[in-house]
Design a binder for this molecule. Structure first.
Ligand SMILES: O=P(O)(O)OC[C@H]1O[C@H](OP(=O)(O)OP(=O)(O)O)[C@H](O)[C@@H]1O
Ligand SMILES: Nc1nc2[nH]cnc2c(=O)[nH]1
Length: 184
């Protein structure tokens, strides 16, 4: 669904900015340092989960100054809603994962069902280890059992977020700052 321009602009004009561009960039620096310490000799393959992981990966990958391969996968379960449904796999990994160190990059770990399915897939393909890097870990007690991120940029309150890859009805992925929709 396409939003009318006034509505798209009203969403961001009325939103609460929870993390500024500077805070997001500092969080990405910290994530990159932790990932470098853990993965510099691991020769990993790094998967970005599309679409939400696009902006985070675009800023995070150039901060990782060690050998890695990168690819993408596409899984979605929110579509244009503010609560998640069934996971829709659009593109699964096609590389050989047997024995590999795999890193999954995404914008947000919310309830964790997306990451649970992706981790399970990679492990079934024989990955040696699967590590998760998310910019945002949303704080609540509705997480899927056993799902956690290894590298987290920001802990954010339990509201519907947009910006830095996260969308509101398909819009506003294209900011670095992170916002919460007014009233959600
Ligand atoms: O932890 P969960 O509750 O599973 O939610 C997290 C997922 O939700 C978003 O994707 P979405 O399904 O909105 O698709 P998108 O990446 O195309 O926006 C986000 O990019 C994560 O992949
Ligand atoms: N845009 C967006 N997508 C999500 N997917 C899971 N949680 C969220 C959220 O808060 N915002």
């Amino acid at each position: 669904m396409t939003l009318e321009l006034p509505e798209a602009r009203t969403i961001i004009d009325n939103a609460d900015c929870l993390h500024s561009e500077a805070e997001v960039l500092a969080a990405l620096d910290s994530m990159a340092a932790a990932m470098t310490a853990r993965l510099a000799d691991a020769n990993p393959i790094v998967y970005t989960i599309m679409n939400g992981g696009l902006i985070v990966a675009g800023h995070l990958l150039p901060r990782l100054r060690f050998p890695l391969e990168c690819s993408y996968l596409h899984a979605t379960r929110y579509r244009h809603e503010t609560s998640g449904g069934a996971l829709n796999w659009k593109v699964a990994p096609s590389e050989e994962l047997k024995g590999r160190s795999v890193v999954i990059v995404d914008d947000i770990l919310d309830e964790g069902h997306t990451l649970a399915a992706v981790i399970d897939y990679c492990k079934k393909q024989g990955a040696r280890e699967v590590l998760v890097a998310v910019l945002v870990d949303k704080q609540h007690d509705r997480k899927a059992p056993g799902v956690k991120a290894d590298f987290v940029g920001l802990q954010v309150q339990d509201r519907f977020l947009f910006g830095c890859g996260m969308d509101y009805q398909g819009y506003w992925r294209n900011t670095l700052a992170i916002y919460a929709v007014k009233g959600l």
